[in-house]
Design a protein around this ligand. Structure first.
Ligand code: 5AD
Ligand code: SF4
Length: 453
């Protein structure tokens, strides 16, 4: 029932959700939006017009965490003007801080943890009626993976793309990382449910599915089926043109999974995001990553042998407490050795309740930023060079929308995950053949390829 069964058919109110962080958070916001739509709420154009304002937050680094409190500060006058507006904090900061959020921002009405999204519909009526305030639910349940998939309000659907959660949480204990605390232990969906969701998406015209999990390749359902099995089964669903999955842990990148990627290619896209974090085995050991430099390189070799031309992306942390200049140079040399196509680099940030706290934070911010700039410059040159291999090639682009750089151009991604801008008469969700005419480190420019004779 599109209006949530409301007899008058009038909307219950407007909602506005701000989202920070990774794809899992973007997707959780789609679930929150679905829960609100189910109760008869409609999207509002901004917080000023909304009756329910939710901040879906990220706490991976301190800066991300602090953004929430500055946004709350901005919303405070609005809340004072309209006390009936429900203001909620969801996601990782909510999970991490719990009730402490009310101490810092007493005007917040609701704190909803990452594993409690399912309680929103139950809490909301009282909050709206003003008969309850200061509601906090940070219990670790399995709501987020049990969320009925037909209720999710997906932002990307018009562009033919959809996220599908397969694993929630993380069982690793990387010393720097707050995720096991904010997202709880791993829990996997049953393969049949995932496939039912995939089928329902293709029936609605979705062609690209991205499986999500903090450690997506840890997937193992109650029957012992792994991500390798899931990829094979999902690739066989009619209408699935592109499959991706993120984020993978190198230690769990098994031969079987790599074989499955090859067997289901090209439906499984030739791109993998495989966070390395450091090129120094000493630092990796201190981080408790469960692999060393050689082990990581062996996985890359295994991937390239099976899927020639695969594009690779990674995450790197600079300024980890025990990282010396020599360790950092080992990361630079790893970038040379692997030649990633995409790199996300971060300055180390201390996080509450993590094991690395006991190592202190001895590397100055200036030194961290210097390493970050050197790393990014090093990678930019590699990417610039590698991107040239696309010039003159014809690629398939799944169109996302208008290019931000040039209003007359369209933008989308290739199966390798490269961004392409091109001018044409097209529309979001269409797949176009594009001939690449030029390449920078970050995107390609092309022109519509002539139709085959
Ligand atoms: N400081 C800096 N970067 C971090 N990441 C995770 N925790 C921290 C931290 N405490 C980075 C890792 C991870 C990415 C999502 O964020 O590189 O892969
Ligand atoms: Fe964090 Fe490590 Fe889990 Fe990734 S694998 S979410 S870095 S603890």
């Amino acid at each position: 029932m599109p209006d949530g069964g409301r007899p008058s058919g009038r909307p219950a109110g407007g909602y506005w959700i701000a989202t920070w962080g990774c794809q899992m958070n973007v997707h959780d916001s789609e679930k929150l939006a679905g829960a609100l739509a189910d109760q008869g709420y409609v999207p509002a154009s901004g917080p000023e017009e909304a009756d329910v304002v939710l901040l879906n937050t990220c706490s991976i680094r301190e800066k991300a965490s602090e953004k929430v409190f500055s946004e709350l500060g901005r919303l405070k006058p609005l809340k004072e003007q309209r006390p009936e507006m429900v203001l909620g904090v969801c996601g990782c900061v909510a999970q991490q801080e719990g009730e402490a959020i009310f101490k810092r921002a007493p005007y917040v009405d609701l704190v909803l943890g990452t594993r409690a999204t399912g309680t929103l519909p139950r809490l909301l009526p009282d909050l709206r009626a003003g008969t309850a305030s200061g509601a906090c639910d940070t219990e670790v349940r399995d709501d987020s993976i049990r969320f009925p998939f037909d209720r999710i309000r997906r932002e990307g659907e018009a562009t033919g793309k959809a996220f599908v959660t397969v694993v929630e949480g993380c069982n690793h204990r990387c010393t720097y990382c707050v995720v096991p605390r904010t997202r709880g232990p791993e829990i996997c969906r049953e393969m049949e449910t995932v496939l039912a969701e995939v089928r329902s998406l293709t029936a609605r015209g979705v062609v690209e599915i991205e499986f999500l999990g903090q450690t997506v390749n840890a997937y193992r359902d109650g029957e012992g089926r792994t991500l390798a099995d899931l990829l094979a089964a999902a690739a066989a669903v009619p209408g699935v043109e592109r499959l991706r999955f993120t984020t993978s842990h190198p230690a769990q990148m098994t031969d079987r999974l790599m074989d499955a990627m090859r067997s289901a290619s090209p439906t499984v896209c030739p791109y993998l995001h495989l966070p390395v974090q450091s090129g120094s085995s000493r630092v990796l050991r201190s981080m408790r990553r469960g692999y060393d430099r050689e082990g990581y390189l062996a996985k890359i070799e295994g991937l390239r042998r099976r899927i020639p031309g695969i594009s690779l992306g990674t995450d790197v942390i600079v300024g980890y407490p025990t990282e010396t200049e020599d360790d950092f140079r080992e990361t630079l040399s790893l970038l040379d050795e692997v030649e990633f196509d995409t790199l996300y680099a971060f300055a180390y940030s201390t996080r509450p309740s993590t094991a690395a706290l006991q190592l202190g934070d001895p590397i100055t911010q200036a030194e961290k930023l210097d390493r970050l700039a050197r790393l990014q410059e090093h990678q930019r040159a590699i990417q610039q060079r590698r991107a040239q291999r696309w010039v003159g090639q014809e690629v398939e682009v799944l169109v996302e929308g208008r290019s931000k750089l040039q209003a007359s151009s369209w933008t989308g991604r290739t199966p390798h995950g490269r961004r392409v801008n091109f001018a044409a008469a097209t529309a979001p969700g269409r797949r176009e053949r594009v001939r690449v005419v030029s390449a920078t480190a970050y995107s390609l420019r092309g022109a519509l390829a002539p139709p085959p004779a």
